[in-house]
Design a protein around this ligand. Structure first.
Ligand code: ZN
Length: 245
């Protein structure tokens, strides 16, 4: 009778053991392929795999993202419930590689993904987009605000706010127009003040001139005669007053 030790070292069992080890290793050997096929496909610039957005949101966001893309500030949004890497940044990196975004300097990706019942956000924006943050809002502050929204479960708000913020950074037409209006209003005001003052000076000048043309004795209008260089003669046709300047 064979001992247990002999049994485990017998050729047949060794072959079985080898096959078993191979079988165990199989998922790990093919892991990258398996995960890659589990990554979502690209639908458009908005990829809402979690059904977070409402009906009207899609077209509004797509329009804004198209306008941004026309300025070579491409942005794609992924909203997902499944991250095979359990790491939002890694997930975003792999997705943007699969979607061909990472090798285009004008393209960026924001990923909103649910990890263990907690929503996370990962940002990889193009240099054009990150460079458009001004002193008012920094890129860091923007990310923090979106992250805090996402982590408190307001995913739809976070998606809308991120697109709207980036859009507003490029298309501040409303506020620019308001500023222009304000400054042109100031210009008009200045124009009126200067014009009014000038008009007042002219009126005062005319009144004085008119007053000087009136006879100091009877008040009727005098006639100017013999106007020569540096001298003017006035006489009153009514009382005969005569004045020489
Ligand atoms: Zn007179």
């Amino acid at each position: 009778m064979r001992t247990v030790r002999e049994y485990f070292t017998s050729g047949r069992v060794r072959k079985l053991q080898f096959a078993f080890v191979l079988l165990m290793l199989f998922p790990f050997l093919f892991c990258p392929t398996v995960i890659a096929t589990r990554l979502p496909g690209k639908i458009g610039r908005i990829n809402d795999y979690a059904n977070v957005l409402r009906v009207g949101d899609h077209s509004e966001l797509e329009d804004k993202l198209t306008e941004l893309a026309n300025l070579e500030m491409g942005l794609t949004i992924l909203i997902s419930l499944n991250d095979p890497y359990n790491n939002p940044d890694r997930y975003g990196f792999e997705v943007s590689r699969k979607w061909g975004l990472s090798n285009d300097p004008n393209e960026g990706l924001i990923v909103f993904v649910k990890e263990d019942d907690c929503w996370k956000a990962s940002f990889s924006l193009s240099g054009q987009l990150t460079g458009s943050f001004s002193g008012e809002v920094s890129y860091g502050e923007f990310q923090n605000e979106i992250r805090s929204k996402v982590e408190s479960g307001e995913v739809r708000d976070a998606v809308l706010e991120s697109v709207n913020t980036l859009y507003a950074l490029q298309f501040r037409s409303g506020s620019t127009e308001a500023n222009n209006g304000e400054s042109s209003e100031k210009g008009y005001l200045l124009y009126f003040v200067v014009g009014g003052a000038l008009l007042l000076v002219i009126v005062v000048f005319l009144v004085i001139r008119e007053a000087r043309l009136h006879c100091p004795k009877c008040g009727s209008r005098m006639k100017v005669t013999g106007a020569g260089p540096g001298r003017r003669e006035k006489y009153c046709p009514r009382c005969g007053y005569y004045e020489r300047e």
